[in-house]
Design a protein around this ligand. Structure first.
Ligand code: NAD
Ligand code: IPM
Ligand code: MG
Length: 357
């Protein structure tokens, strides 16, 4: 198989973890006989520094003509004081919108060996395996007006959704639930927000088309609590943009670290973008200690969702699990037993297992 992949390294640990994903991809190519052609593009702070904008037009064009996009992470203190249109994060939001990547899939799977790494009790988190389906191109992130008014004393952000935007992500979640254990939890704030009331109505309406899926509605505040007190009660969660952002970072605790959580950002028919759920981690950038697993598992998601290379994706996922089961981990996992490795050495272990398969 011949595929064109756009590589967006971004900022902070972005380039470090992307280098590891590329090594894994090359190993998959060599082992299974595929050619992955990689092209670099600019995004985030790196793009601001080099091209004066967080999302150059060339990046969007390259993305549209690629078969998939891999993204590291954007942002960092260097650009924190920039005006809002010159923030690295604008590049990320911009590419999501430009490619209409409305469906963000964030799987959260605890590895047995890492349950001790979580600050939560083993008996509570053991067996955690859920999927957060997050709406990615609407809501508070994109609603207008979003501005500071009246001499800086009043601020406005707008939570805007159309019925069409809600319906497509809810359908995607029902379809995802059908492929898993057929239980869907819809998370909203329908006791307060008009948008959530409409969201809940659409979930009810759509549930008639998926009679095999059991649906429950949970308010977001209660969901935040239940995620860490009874995570195994969840299978597929669907929610709007900002709730999904917050709940997915919270859910990462079940896996031992934010550095473990991959994601796929998908459109209806166009190119998919794959990125870790975490950010650019400026506090550890340049030290070769970042956990590369979220980026590597995002690469596996690309192989599965964009290229339908199931065996290859599974090979990566199994290699990650085997490396962890052999006691290898990175610093963020705070495991006291086994061997703590650098970013590159952790990847070496994963690559070793892929080549053995
Ligand atoms: N998708 C993205 O590009 C994305 C996502 C989230 C945040 N951000 C941006 O990243 C910057 C930093 O944000 P933040 O510090 O709130 O969030 P962050 O996710 O970058 O980091 C939060 C904490 O988790 C740790 N961490 C994250 N990923 C890790 C990994 N792979 N290995 C080991 N430890 C890891 C960090 O060291 C930090 O202590 C901000 O500019 C923010 O806007 C970008
Ligand atoms: C950096 C930021 C804009 C982004 C988001 O909120 O979507 C990040 O937190 C994420 O989860 O991908
Ligand atoms: Mg986030």
């Amino acid at each position: 198989m011949d595929k064109q992949i756009l590589i967006l390294r971004g900022d902070g640990i972005g380039p470090e973890i992307m280098d590891q994903a590329i090594r894994v991809l090359q190993t998959i190519g060599d082992t299974f006989g595929h050619s992955f052609h990689l092209t670099d593009g600019l995004i985030g702070g790196a793009a601001i520094d080099e091209a004066g904008t967080p999302l150059p037009e060339a990046t969007i064009e390259k993305a549209k003509s690629s078969d998939a996009v891999l993204l590291g992470a954007v942002g960092g203190p260097k650009w924190d004081q920039n005006p809002s249109d010159l923030r690295p994060e604008r590049g990320l939001l911009g590419i999501r919108k430009a490619l209409d990547l409305y469906a963000n899939l964030r799987p959260v799977k605890g590895f047995k060996t890492l349950t001790d790494a979580s600050p939560l009790k083993r008996e509570v988190i053991e067996g955690s395996d859920l999927l957060i389906v997050r709406e990615l191109t609407g809501g508070l992130y994109f609603g207008r007006p979003s501005e500071r008014r009246e001499d800086g004393h009043v601020v406005v952000d707008t939570l805007h959704y159309t019925k069409t935007e809600m319906t497509r992500i809810i359908k995607k979640a029902f379809e995802s639930a059908q492929l898993r254990s057929k239980k869907l939890t819809s998370v909203d704030k329908a006791n307060v927000l008009e948008s959530s009331k409409m969201w809940r109505e659409i979930v009810e309406e759509e549930s008639k088309n998926y009679p095999d899926v059991t649906v429950e509605h949970v308010l977001v505040d209660a969901c935040a609590m239940k995620l860490i007190t009874s995570p195994t009660a969840f299978d597929t969660i669907v929610t709007e943009n900002m709730f999904g952002d917050i709940l997915s970072d919270e859910a990462s605790v079940l896996t031992g670290s934010l550095g473990m959580l991959p994601s796929a950002s998908l459109s209806e028919s166009g190119v998919g973008l794959y990125e870790p759920a975490h950010g650019s981690a400026p506090d550890i950038a340049g030290e070769n200690i970042a956990n590369p697993i979220a980026m590597i598992l995002s690469t596996a998601m690309m192989l599965r969702h964009s290229f339908h290379l199931d065996a290859e994706a599974t090979a990566i996922e199994c290699a990650v699990e085997q490396a962890i089961n052999n006691g290898y981990h990175t610093k963020d996992l705070q495991v006291s037993i086994g061997t703590c490795l650098s970013t590159t050495d952790m990847t070496n272990q994963i690559i070793k297992h892929i080549m053995k398969e």
